[in-house]
Design a protein around this ligand. Structure first.
Ligand SMILES: Cc1cc2nc3c(=O)[nH]c(=O)nc-3n(C[C@H](O)[C@H](O)[C@H](O)COP(=O)(O)OP(=O)(O)OC[C@H]3O[C@@H](n4cnc5c(N)ncnc54)[C@H](O)[C@@H]3O)c2cc1C
Length: 373
């Protein structure tokens, strides 16, 4: 493709956010070209938990999840500080699904509705709405940066901001063994959490998030003796993949006709497992703005979309950083499983904050501010 090629919406990054944006703009009648340095199916370090909201958003994008693909989960279980407490999602279930499988489903749907692709095409530079690749220049009426956590489009377009919180990292591995739980399990210990989910009928995924020190999977895992016991005898099914540091915030979301979506548009932390959910909803929201030829509502609508998830991320990061607060939170939830269910309904079930009620809010505040022993 030497020379220059033009299109309606040029999307740099064919991960979940870029593909969801391409599908959503095509559904609204615009042309879309996705450029990615890799080729499908693309894998990535991820907890691979599709929260109920992500499953619903995939439906809106016309992506059907075959019922036997991956492994469903009913809720979340927290384990740590001598307690174990779980709650169900209020309506839909979530789904643990290997990233390459999710990627294939998104590519299939995008292909079906006429999205164009340039795979194995690293983007080398950006000028205005024009990108340079090894095989020529591409230009979109709109240029969407969906190139992930360390987005170059964000940097090249002058939209990058500063991260504000502690540097945290993540690493992920799969094991050949039958999932033992119908929940996503979150094991807590000082300075590290482990997330465990069923990714297939005979496979379990483990991701750990931590704030510094070793990045060796096996050494991190030793911090969770209960998990080591569960996994003893199981062989690794995938090579380890890592990511971070998290907490990347743009200064602004768009400049002229260059706009950001997905992790490129700002990412806090995987602690609530909502990156995909947010990416899909952002994509739907951005597509409406692009179809209306007006990006001005995008930042405000995105703030509204992320306000509640960011509140829960802040709460959990505060507990993660302060063992005393974490102990109080876990014991409070263990003593009040109904409170946990309500919080989960708000965080992952789309229920309004009022679901907590005055009594619930009081119990939460009193429990968090009370003694840790
Ligand atoms: C350890 C961990 C656990 C997580 N757990 C969960 C979870 O359980 N549930 C959940 O919903 N979310 C989770 N997330 C978050 C989720 O993975 C991200 O939010 C999601 O991948 C964002 O998608 P994206 O398309 O914005 O970015 P990415 O998936 O990173 O895609 C970006 C794409 O851009 C391409 N690209 C980058 N630079 C260029 C370039 N110069 N030229 C061409 N192409 C380029 C890349 O090849 C890539 O395909 C987790 C994240 C981590 C790190």
């Amino acid at each position: 493709m030497k020379g220059r090629r033009d299109c309606d919406v040029l999307i740099v990054g064919g991960g979940p956010a870029g593909l969801a944006t391409a599908i959503a703009v095509r559904q609204l009648g615009l042309g879309a070209l996705v450029v990615d340095r890799s080729a499908p199916p693309i894998d990535k370090a991820c907890g691979e938990g599709l929260m109920p909201g992500a499953v619903a958003a995939l439906g809106r994008l016309g992506v059907e999840l075959p019922p036997d693909l991956g492994h469903p989960f009913r809720g979340i279980r927290y384990v740590g500080d001598g307690v174990s407490v779980r709650a169900d999602f209020p309506h839909l279930r979530g789904r643990g699904l290997r990233r390459p499988l999710l990627h294939s489903l998104l590519v299939e749907r995008a292909t079906e509705i006429g999205v164009d692709f340039a795979w194995r095409t690293p983007v080398r530079a950006l000028q205005g709405r024009c990108i340079t690749t090894d095989s020529g220049e591409l230009r979109g009426r709109w240029l969407v940066g969906a190139d992930g956590l360390h987005s170059r489009i964000r940097r090249w377009s002058g939209l990058a901001g500063r991260s504000r919180s502690r540097r945290r990292f993540g690493i992920r591995r799969h094991y050949r063994c039958k999932p033992w739980s119908e929940d996503v399990e979150v094991y807590w210990t000082d300075g590290c959490e482990a997330y465990v989910w069923g990714s297939a009928a005979d496979e379990v995924g483990v991701a750990m998030l931590w704030g510094g020190g070793t990045s060796d999977f096996d050494r991190l895992l030793q911090r969770f003796p209960a998990l080591v016991g569960r996994l003893s005898g199981a062989t690794a099914a995938t090579r380890d993949q890592g990511a971070g540091p998290f907490d990347q915030r743009p200064r602004r979301l768009y400049r002229g006709r260059v706009v950001l979506v997905g992790d490129a548009a700002g990412y806090r932390d995987p602690i609530t497992g909502e990156g995909l959910d947010l990416s899909f909803h952002q994509a739907l929201l951005l597509a409406r703005c692009l179809a209306a030829d007006d990006l001005r509502p995008y930042p405000r609508r995105l703030r509204r979309l992320t306000a509640r998830p960011y509140l829960f991320i802040q709460l959990l990061l505060a507990a993660e950083a302060r063992p005393g607060l974490r102990r109080r939170l876990l014991r409070l939830l263990a003593a009040n499983p109904d409170l946990f269910a309500r919080l989960l309904a708000i965080q992952a079930g789309g229920q309004p904050l009022s679901t907590l009620g005055w009594a619930g809010a009081w119990r939460l505040a009193a429990g968090l501010l009370g003694p840790s022993h």
